[in-house]
Design a protein around this ligand. Structure first.
Ligand SMILES: Nc1ncnc2c1ncn2[C@@H]1O[C@H](COP(=O)(O)OP(=O)(O)O)[C@@H](O)[C@H]1O
Ligand SMILES: [Mg+2]
Length: 222
């Protein structure tokens, strides 16, 4: 997803090419290896407006980098990869490689999700609001498959934001790949009940997937 003030795909950011930008971070092509990307925390003035709880999180992260979004995503990835084999994760999750120091500050290095020819994979957000390419039915079927996968592996990924999901062609239709796993460890709620009780987590994932299908149908009427 793009923010209003953040850099846009294709822009130059600190001499690197922007792939995308979320509420907190800008993602650029890693020039050392273009099959990888680097995520940097956006300066305060370029981040999108968020609620009180997330403002508090940002305030903590400004004081201790271990509380920032890059560290949250790294923790989420370490949890997932300790529990599930790479063969299970690679179809639906971008691989996180680690945090590295750069001339522009610490960056989270990840494998880049691209189409087969190396061009950027579109986000679900772009396919809904910028460059529609698939009918709602095809995208909703991909959400069904992603939801089943999360439930099957008990992955408490609650932020099913269309900007966090990239869309790749697959055998029958399309497949969703999550590029932002931080919500597995960093929720927006004060008392994370759904993280403690599996039944609540399953219900929450179902609700979020249903909401996403509704957004898809609203954006791409039949
Ligand atoms: N591994 C990746 N491969 C390709 N593009 C990515 C990858 N990770 C992030 N992006 C792009 O960067 C954008 C913002 O990344 P994201 O991790 O969601 O940042 P934020 O924490 O600000 O939400 C995504 O919408 C996507 O376009
Ligand atoms: Mg995101």
């Amino acid at each position: 997803m793009s923010t209003q003030s953040g850099p846009r795909p294709g822009d130059a950011w600190q001499h690197m090419t922007v792939i995308g930008c979320g509420a907190n971070r800008v993602c650029v092509i890693d020039r050392r290896n273009t099959r990888q990307c680097l995520k940097f925390m956006l300066p305060a003035g370029q981040r999108s407006r968020v609620g009180l709880r997330q403002r508090l999180q940002r305030w903590r992260a400004a004081r201790k980098p271990q509380h920032d979004e890059n560290h949250a995503e790294l923790r989420a990835w370490l949890q997932l990869s300790a529990r599930l084999p790479a063969s299970e994760l690679q179809a639906h999750m971008a691989t996180v490689l680690g945090i590295l120091p750069t001339a522009y500050g610490p960056a989270l290095c990840c494998e880049r999700i691209t189409l087969a020819d190396g061009t950027p994979a579109p986000s679900l957000y772009a396919l809904l609001f910028e460059q529609p390419q698939y009918p709602a039915q095809v995208l909703c079927a991909a959400v069904d498959a992603f939801e089943d996968w999360l439930l099957r592996h008990r992955i408490a990924l609650f932020d099913l934001n269309a900007g966090n999901l990239l869309v790749l062609p697959s055998d029958a239709g399309v497949r969703l790949v999550c590029v932002d796993a931080k919500s597995i460890v960093a929720g927006k709620e004060l008392v994370p009940l759904a993280r403690w009780f599996n039944t609540l987590a399953r219900r929450k994932i179902r609700r979020r997937a249903q909401r996403l299908r509704e957004r898809i149908r609203a954006a791409l009427p039949a």
